[in-house]
Design a protein around this ligand. Structure first.
Ligand code: FE2
Ligand code: FE2
Length: 293
């Protein structure tokens, strides 16, 4: 039904985009337990006012009695979302506030976004017709976590706007900060859990002298080192294999390929790097001492 409403209002390209966003929004709604019908409708309608002329926007602002802020006055990209939401409410007669807000905030996001609002923002970034550099990464994030995809999408928006020295709407910053704080505390908790898990795996496999160094205040590339020794190169390899195997079972994968020598294996889990050595190599390089200083 809404497909037929937007068709005469949009170019073929924008129409196809809207249909694709509706489809992606429906899929995300299924995945994350949101209302699928609402997601499809909001996705279909999100750009309904995207292709108006400045004169038409001016008239619509007056007709709908919209009070624009200084950002919206200067940026058409923002205006289509504000006017779009009003059009959906006043012309199409949709009163569902979640749908209206999903259309309203699909370009900027805002603090306290609902699940549907996040879904429309993200569906707009990952719909089938999108082919910008990094879209595959965004699709993977969207499949993993709505909040992580939101943070990445907002970060992209901020980067694009700062590169061209355009003003950035406060809603974008508010949304960005909220997701950044939320994910940081979650990440800290997750890191601690993984840290404990790795130590447990190493202990069970009889690693010698398992030691953790917190280096987040002095290192820009990781937060923790775990040091452990094996009794032989065979034991070193067995320990590394066990950590990788057990973590893989729990869906945790190294960030890159292991750095590997017979007597020193390094596993890189991003915020945690695990060093497993023979006792001789551990003593010889003594990197523990360096980082513990
Ligand atoms: Fe849009
Ligand atoms: Fe869009």
């Amino acid at each position: 039904m809404y497909e037929e409403i937007i068709r005469p209002l949009l170019s073929e390209k924008r129409f196809r985009h809207s249909v694709n966003v509706s489809k992606s929004a429906g899929q995300l709604a299924i995945k994350y337990g949101a209302d699928v019908e609402k997601a499809k409708v909001a996705g279909m309608l999100h750009d309904i006012m995207k292709e108006k002329t400045p004169e038409e926007y001016e008239k619509l602002v007056q007709d709908f009695g919209v009070k624009l802020d200084e950002f919206q006055i200067s940026a058409k990209k923002l205006l289509h979302a504000v006017i779009g939401s009003k059009y959906v409410e006043k012309v199409l007669g949709i009163n569902d506030s979640d749908i209206l807000n999903a259309v309203r905030y699909h370009t900027t996001g805002r603090s306290g976004m609902s699940k549907l609002e996040k879904i429309i923002f993200i569906a707009d970034c990952i719909s089938e017709d999108r082919d910008y550099k990094g879209v595959d990464e965004m699709r993977k994030l969207a499949d993993k976590s709505l909040d992580e995809a939101m943070l990445a999408g907002l970060k992209d928006s901020i980067e694009i706007l700062t590169e061209s020295e355009k003003p950035i709407h406060t809603d974008i910053f508010n949304a960005y900060n909220e997701f950044a704080f939320k994910l940081k505390s979650k990440k800290n908790k997750n890191t601690k859990d993984i840290l404990n898990r790795i130590c447990e795996i190493l202990d069970k496999k009889k690693a010698i002298n398992v030691n953790v160094a917190c280096i987040k205040d002095i290192s820009a590339f990781t937060d923790y080192f775990i040091f452990a020794s094996g009794t032989s190169t065979t034991h070193v390899k067995a320990l590394a294999d066990e950590v990788k195997f057990k973590l893989k079972e729990e869906g945790i994968f190294p960030r890159k390929k292991d750095e590997y020598s017979e007597s020193w294996i390094l596993l890189d889990y991003g915020d945690i790097i695990v060093h497993i050595f023979t006792e001789e190599t551990r003593k010889l390089y003594n990197i523990e001492e360096l980082w513990n200083k």
